[in-house]
Design a protein around this ligand. Sequence first.
Ligand code: BYC
Ligand code: FE
Ligand code: FE
Length: 474
Amino acid sequence: MAIDYSEKIPNNVNLADDRRLQRALEHWQPGYLDWWNELGPEGFQAKDVYLRTAVNVGADGWAHFDHVKMPDYRWGIFLSEPKPEQTIGFGDEMGKPVWQEVPGEHRAALRRLIVTQGDTEPASVEQQRLLGLTCPSLYDLRNLFQVNVEEGRHLWAMVYLLHAHFGRDGREEAEELLYRHSGDPDNPRILGTFNEPIEDWLSFFMFTYFTDRDGKYQLKCLAESAFDPLARTCQFMLTEEAHHMFVGETGIGRIVERTVDVMKDLRTDDPETLRAAGVIDLPLLQRYVNFWFSSCLDLFGADQSSNAAGYFATGVKGRPDEAKFDDHDCSETIEVLEVPDGNGGVTTVEAPTRNAMNEITRNLYVGDCQRGVDRWNKTIQAAGFHFQITLPSARFRREIGSWGGVPTDLAGNIIAAEAYGGHLASSLPSDEDRAYVDSLMKPVTEPGKMAGWIAAPRRGIHGHPLDYEYVKLH
Ligand code: BYC
Ligand code: FE
Ligand code: FE
């Protein structure tokens, strides 16, 4: 399934055969480019960036690498290969053929999910738009832009579905995706985390580690959908997504590595001394983890959700890697959930498994988040220090679900409302922390050079050395 690059909109969906759809998307395209130029990366739009572009949807050799100017990036529509005789893998319709068109009765649910997914993609580009100006290296600058252009493509993936399958409503939703803006008080993005500012690279790496990983898990759920075009577009998006999380995991890993090196040299873990030496102390890093992890947990929705039960029953949205579960029906089983009892204690409730799908996905996500944390901790331990980075309890600082608005400490113990403000203040990045991180954000753009607060990556991109000109600034 090679991709047709002779078209104005590269695609592997035979767009040329559907003139109406092609015209509608070509009509949306200039609005997209205006949005990219206004709210995409600030500066650098005229520079050559070493970017990968999808050229095929197969597992190997799917991407092509070259220097391109971001506005010339070939954003297109790529679905993974159709599987013949694909059947629905879970829920009440299990075993029936997947849908190539949207069934009328599931139209509203699918539209809502596709719009929610689509909304996050441009939101993240908006959140990250100023970071190029303070890049720690050309290597990182290129990675930022790679993530940005691919999030732009993910928006295209959802807009294609809206245009192709939802008629006039879909076209209106596609317009709205360019009109809502991250952090705009009158017209914000749909989900909380996507309105949080990302003003420094520590936040960027936290976001690509924790928030793009929510993307991974949500895309895995949608990749199971009975609506086949949605499933297939998400399957291909997951191929791109892996790099975003690589950027997050190695970004934080390189910060830890650099800090620990300086801790060894100076034989201290004292934050003041380390700040004077220009590196990010681990307690500060922990507070950023506390902030972004807790924010992202809300992205999975409520622990008991009739929406989620409906999505599963109807085949609209499955669990991550649905095939790995034994029971794909889940109508006869229950989950035991820990919830606050309303009197300062904790109790358990039994929820039908279908209603607990959000919690099941969230728990898988937490396990995946822990893996990178373990690797960072190994770096710290190998250097002979005892500090451990930890994920806060999934009850901490929640706004959605049973634990929403319940004051707990980092370990998940319910605490007095009067104590909560102080606990939050000491657990989350303080103004001082942010000001310190901000003071480190000075651009480093000489090929091969790194800012002092981050270690060099193990290797360059696509076989190139570290001092390769990943972004041509001159
Ligand atoms: N902020 O019944 P519930 C990505 C709302 S990231 C604000 O549990 P449901 C990416 C919820 O809408 C992946 N509101 O809801 C990453 C509901 O509202 P209504 C994005 C929230 O539907 C980085 C109410 O609370 N993809 O791709 O079961 C860079 C009750 O909730 C939030 C998707 O999210 C929140 N955090 O679950 C770039 C997949 N959480 O109906 C890209 C599509 C919940 O009462 N979306 N609410 O007004 C979904 O599957 C579902 O909509 C959700 C919510 C899982 C998000
Ligand atoms: Fe994305
Ligand atoms: Fe992503």
